[in-house]
Design a protein around this ligand. Sequence first.
Ligand code: V55
Ligand code: FE
Length: 520
Amino acid sequence: MTDETTPLDRRSFLNGAIGIAAGLGGAGLLSHTVLAQTTAAGSDCAPPLAAGGSFSPIRAEMDVNDCVIEGTIPADLNGGFYATGPDPQYPMAKGNIVFDGEGHVRMFRIKNGRVDYRSRFARTERFMAQDRARRALMPMYRNPAMDDPSVHGLSRSTANTHVLNHKGLILALKEDSPPCAMDLNTLETVDPVYTFDGALPHDRPFTAHPKICSTTGNIVAFGYEARGFGSDVVAMFEIDRHGNKVWEAEVKVPYVCLMHDFAVTENHILLFVIPLTIDHEQMKRGGIHWSWDGTRKTYLGILRRHGDGKDVQWIEGATRSGTHTMGAFEDKGRIYFDTEVTVASPFPFMPNKDGSPPDFVNATSYIHRISANLNGRNKTYEIEKMYPLIAPLPRQDDRYNTMPYRYGYMGCPDPNEPNRARAGACYARVDNQTRTFDLWNAGPTVALAEPVFAPRRTDSAEGDGYLMGVAYHLDQNLRSDLVILDAQHLAAGPIATVKLPVQASPQVHGWWVREDQYPA
Ligand code: V55
Ligand code: FE
């Protein structure tokens, strides 16, 4: 893709690639994605945004106390909305990709009707070393051979993918490394390599998509390439509220791949092996870690939680990608795994192994339900498209991560408007019981980042609460709002809009921290 790319092409590209929502999909990420596109195309400078605004990384760390609010923050909405996303600390090397920018963590702290905004870089070992050297020292996405020798042995985490709270900390995650721990109130980095008191060694991976067990509150997580660079071992572990490791097991995967997410049910772990495969030749040429190998099948792995991993069964399926879980559960001897699925690589900025150009059409994500029997006698897994919504980043009420659930939430282009250029960005709630959906359309000049759900009370019924997310205004230099909707009445539009004076930092994923989860 070059500077001549039309706005519509960009839209399609981003819908597939990062596609957070609507027209453009997370403008914060948009900027970096297009930056990556242009660097890949050999241009040194980024083109201006089609719909207005700047492609430059933000880099600035901000405090905006007492943000201007339109409408009223609900009295029962107290807590914090945290997110992270890539914001390159130094210009990205030619051929590098958006996923390699340094994690810029932001929070909207909501309390008693007021909102304070704060953003800080995650001060990872990589960030600090580069800050001292005043230049990039790990210039290629997950390719340690390209590192400057001075950073040998340091954590390569960018902390740019997801966040969750644990023991009064916010953990900023990158799937190749342990978390980067930050103070929940100040966003000061307190431990750049958080090992859960040694349970997770310094060089071990920790997924960006851990699940919270719906019955115990434990963190269930995994790490792929767990026994060193390129290893075919996936380690899974469970950590209780106090930080104690209460379970650990390992399995070997059919082939090494970008295993970005997984699913956990009451008694099982589900892994999904997809054709974004490790590419040693490409790395030797100075490239990134992954390429898409369309000759590979997928494998759904099922194993018991709290077992030794030896019971794992791998079920072969068609060539697909699935990178984000909406929800998963088990019922009457069957597992159900709701995930967004694409037919081709979801990340067209990663090379195809056969050298073919990106397949933008088949990079489009739809939510599918994958299911299989727990009796070990599956020939393949069942797979069914659930909704006509283009939605690469589906979420749920996170109290339901491991149990049967009804509702999902996502940003998507308006499915009722076939012309994508006009469709406008929506937040949607899907109802898996009736297979229907509700929409709020933010309009065609807005890009919406992935939303999060905040329950009204700790013990509210599923779906009783608020849906919130960041809206980037494409016609206002990406100036951003936090929009807060009643999750049961999305079509009514925001009940409160928190207005930032500037562009919010980029977001890949975000997390809601309830008021009762803050340290006293
Ligand atoms: C994803 C994002 C990443 C990454 C691997 O959304 C996969 C998927 C922001 O970094 O490194
Ligand atoms: Fe993700």
